[in-house]
Write a protein that binds this ligand. Structure first.
Ligand code: ADP
Ligand code: MG
Ligand code: MG
Length: 894
């Protein structure tokens, strides 16, 4: 068949076609685990539906065939009057998007089959409860009716019956609710709730297809960088019932603790419940271990299945299961999401258990996760007393103002405040508020609740299930005992410990950061024997060192000062890939450059330039000294002149005001003339970089002289300075040639005066398309290249980074022109082609040319993988990202 596959036809590697859920269901069927029979409608069918606006005609036929096969396996008929087979219709995309898309349970019930189900189950209450759940879910997700209408009708019935909770409602109560629900459906959709089972099924399938494109699904995908064109599969599966009394129930479990990585029994179980009850956090769940007493046979079977799944996938799995009258059914599994700390610990634990190799282990952790571990947490020594405690569901230390809903969170974020979203529980509708927040806090739900799962996925801090909290989202207050907090009050939440504080709490460095910056001994000492943290530090150390051993990319840092250089070195930087010298001309030193620009005679100009040499020499002595023995690429001055002069408008106003009073400062007049003279409409494309170096030769010359003299000085101290001189914004080989000739003269001059031999490589940035296109020529003069991918992206796309991001990137992301900002992750297809071309033709001319990249992309995980493939020698990134780059470069190499 083309679009529909029995579970037994697929396997776990077919996620593109069957979606993650479908592929893993197929795998479990192949493993012989108890999965209710069913079939998967492929993502191809979804794509065809979304492209054409209707389902492909052959799909209906294929569904019929698959449905009959399912009926045959069970020996019951879909929606039949007697012993009806009911179905669940579930979404399932390639990448898990928890709670983002729709699921409809109990499909096939109608006014007649509900009676059949009652008789079959011997439980009338259960049958009518199932029927009302169907109408509610179907109404909400398929017919798009406001869910509150159903919730209100249910509440009304509870009030009428004088009961508090759903399970207390009788069969007759549920019958009344069904009648009320049908009226809602008729009123809101203008048609009766469909009685024909097949119509229900077909409509539910289409609803799942449509759910791929809901606002919240699109938002989630943008956030998680999931492409919009994958489509979702639909899993149609025989229903099993966890709500058939006390010997039934439903649960979720992990083969290891998804937050610490500990191996053991982790999960939540809810007896006499169906589907979403557990995940929604509506009723409080039991720890999975309690199932051992409730139902030892199912418990043993589940534990065995957990072990088999973990062995089979060789990774932490999460599982959804249901027990129907003592019979275990597996409804879902996947390689489970986990916290960053758990990722490192689980990976090394699995190595120790000989389930995976170290190569695989570094594939199981990401640079993004390592970044999360580097964040600070609350200072235990501050003595701050928690107001309450929930479950630490996703680590981090978040301090922010309380918001109770999407609108509040978004408004506060826009005002520039940090926000913590406080909810009773979250649902997919709360996603925009979560995105706008630094942390989320809920009163209900466990580690598998929606808030927990989504926050872990987004790497944001979350505390859930803080039952002491009484959240009133309408009145916008949260009460804990006698304390009442309102919107805008500041709280602090610790996503590792679950603690909640009122007001600001000081934060301290993470132990992993201590390890990165000061080494393993210092970090071990700092954690005072806390076994879990020790284990984490050792896991990070082991994997990071392994990555260092296997990577071919070297990692340098961008650093302008000796202090930054030292920091970078401590974090494992193997050199400096970019020292931006313009930073050394700002502040008080701006004056010197101003003097150079204002000088009226050549002698005056030369004097100003000469005055700068000792200052720059000192800068380089410090920098090269800090990087002793390691290569240090110094970029000659790059920015346009106006950055060293006062603002045109401000100065014009100042002069005009002074003129009015008749007391103009002649210096200001001179300055104004200079500002006007150097004014450019498009300075970033104007007189800067090598162009400035050619126009005012003395600027580059003084820097080159200072570098040479600093080198001589350090050599004299017995040190090993390794400077490299880098020329920015080269577009033509001739530009570089002129600078190079001059530089060689200066170097020779310093060498002969000092009597010290100097070997300082000269190279250039490749940051203009023309440079990449003519890299073969440029390599005749350049001993090294450094791709300046920020400017290269700007000039290749014709985007001004400072303007376009706020102007229209959001629209471009939404419409799919971009999947991510090309300034964040290298545009491998476009800008990347220029990089590859530059590498190839550069090496052709000069086989030993050394090639790196500096700029933001050097620390971006995805881009690092690209640079590895492109055959670069090194990446250079900010000191903070050095460990991330080391890890990712290792991952790229295995
Ligand atoms: P999600 O992807 O949001 O987890 P699922 O498709 O897994 O959504 O469905 C949600 C819940 O519905 C499941 O956790 C399970 O409890 C319930 N469910 C799904 N299929 C069945 C089924 N065949 N029988 C009983 N319950 C089911
Ligand atoms: Mg699920
Ligand atoms: Mg640049």
């Amino acid at each position: 068949s083309t679009y529909v596959f029995q579970f037994s036809e697929g396997n776990k590697d077919q996620k593109d076609l069957l979606g993650g859920k479908g592929a893993n269901l197929a795998e479990m069927v192949n493993m012989g685990l108890p999965v209710p029979p069913g079939f998967t409608i492929s993502t191809e069918a979804c794509k065809a539906y979304l492209a054409n606006g209707h389902v492909p005609p052959s799909l209906r036929v294929e569904v019929t065939m698959a449905l009959r096969a399912t009926e045959d396996q069970i020996g019951r008929h879909f929606g039949a009057d007697e012993e009806p087979l009911l179905l669940s219709v579930r979404s399932g995309a390639k990448f898990s998007m928890p709670g983002m898309m729709e699921t409809v349970l109990n499909v096939g019930l109608n006014d007649r089959s509900v009676e059949g189900l009652a008789k079959f189950a011997g439980d009338e209450r259960f049958a009518w409860d199932s029927y009302r759940r169907l109408i509610q879910m179907f109404g909400k997700t398929v017919l798009d009716i406001d869910g509150d209408l159903f919730a209100d009708a249910l509440d009304a019935q509870k009030a009428k019956a004088g009961v508090k909770s759903d399970p207390e409602l009788t069969a007759d109560d549920h019958k009344a609710v069904v009648a009320a629900y049908k009226a809602i459906v008729q009123e809101q959709s203008g048609a009766d709730f469909p009685q024909d089972p097949r119509t229900q099924l077909d409509m539910a399938i289409e609803a799942v297809f449509n759910s791929w494109n809901t606002e919240r699904a699109r938002l989630y995908r943008r956030r998680e960088r999931i492409p919009h064109d994958l489509g979702t599969a639909v899993n149609v599966m025989a229903m099993v019932f966890g709500n058939l009394g006390d010997t039934s129930g439903t649960g979720v479990c992990f083969t290891r603790d998804p937050s610490s990585g500990h191996s053991g029994v982790y999960g939540d179980y809810l007896s006499n419940a169906q589907g979403e009850d557990v995940v929604a956090g509506i009723r409080n769940t039991l720890p999975l271990a309690d199932l051992e007493h409730l139902d030892p046979k199912s418990y043993a079977e589940l534990r065995a299945a957990m072990r088999r799944l973990e062995t089979h996938y060789r990774d932490l799995c999460d599982i959804e299961f249901t027990i129907e009258r003592g019979k275990l059914w597996m409804l879902q599994t996947r390689v489970g999401k986990r916290t960053a700390a758990a990722a490192f610990r689980v990976a090394t634990q699995l190595v120790d258990e000989h389930l995976i190799t170290l190569d695989e282990a570094i594939g199981r952790v990401t640079g993004t996760q390592l970044t999360q571990l580097l964040f600070p947490h609350f200072d235990a020594a501050s003595g701050a007393q928690p107001l309450a405690k929930g479950l630490g569901a996703s680590p981090g230390a978040a301090v922010g103002e309380i918001a109770f809903d999407n609108a509040g969170a978004i408004a506060r974020k826009q005002e520039g405040h940090s926000v913590i979203l406080v909810r009773r529980e979250t649902s997919p509708d709360d996603l925009p508020g979560m995105v706008a927040s630094v942390g989320v806090l809920t009163a209900r739900g466990g580690k598998t609740s929606h808030a927990a799962v989504v926050a872990r996925g987004m790497g944001m801090c979350a505390v859930v299930g803080a039952e002491a909290l009484k959240v009133d989202p309408v009145g916008k207050t949260v009460k804990v005992g006698k304390t009442t907090l309102t919107e805008g009050d500041i709280i602090a939440i610790d996503g590792a410990t679950g603690e909640i504080f009122v007001g600001e709490v000081p934060v301290v460095d993470s132990p992993v950061m201590t390890y990165i910056a000061e080494g393993i001994d210092a970090a071990e000492a700092a954690v005072h024997g806390d076994a879990e943290t020790l284990d984490l530090i050792r896991s990070v150390d082991r994997l990071l060192r392994y990555a260092d051993g296997v990577r071919s990319l070297r990692v340098r840092a961008n650093a302008d000062t000796a202090e930054d250089a030292k920091r970078a070195r401590d974090r494992g930087a193997q050199g400096i890939g970019l020292c931006r010298t313009e930073h050394q001309f700002l502040g008080e030193r701006r004056q010197y450059v101003e003097n150079v620009i204002l000088a009226e005679t050549d002698e005056e100009k030369q004097a100003s330039l000469d005055a700068l040499v000792p200052i720059q020499r000192q800068d380089f002595i410090e920098l090269l000294g800090a990087m002793d023995g390691l290569p240090t690429t110094i970029r000659l001055i790059d920015p346009p002149l106006h950055e060293f002069l006062p603002d045109l408008t401000e100065l014009s106003v100042k002069v005009a005001l002074a003129e009015a009073k008749g007391e103009v400062d002649p210096h200001d007049l001179k300055l104004l003339a200079a500002v006007q003279r150097t004014h450019e409409a498009n300075p970033m494309l104007g007189l800067r970089g090598v162009r400035l170096g050619l126009k005012i030769p003395g600027l580059f010359d003084l820097q080159i002289r200072a570098i040479a003299e600093a080198t001589v000085h350090l050599l004299g101290e017995g040190k090993k300075p390794k400077p490299e001189i880098m020329v920015p914004l080269v577009g033509s080989v001739r530009e570089l040639q002129i600078i190079r000739d001059r530089a060689e003269k200066i170097l020779a001059d310093v060498a002969s005066t000092s009597g010290v031999e100097l070997r300082i490589p000269i190279g250039c940035m490749i940051e203009l398309p023309r440079a990449a296109l003519t890299a073969g020529r440029i390599a005749e003069e350049a001993e090294f290249f450094s791709f300046g991918t920020n400017d290269l992206t700007q000039t290749t796309w014709g985007f001004s980074r400072d303007d376009v991001e706020s102007a229209f990137f959001a629209d471009y992301l939404e419409s799919g022109v971009l999947t991510i900002s090309p300034f964040e992750t290298l545009d491998a297809f476009g800008v990347g082609s220029l990089v590859k071309m530059g590498v190839k033709s550069g090496r052709k001319t000069r086989p030993d040319i050394h090639i790196g990249v500096c700029g933001e992309h050097g620390g971006d995980p995805e881009s690092i993988h690209f640079f590895h493939k492109a055959g670069l020698d090194y990446v250079s990134c900010s000191p903070f990202r050095v460990p991330v780059a080391r890890l990712e470069a290792g991952r790229a190499a295995v």
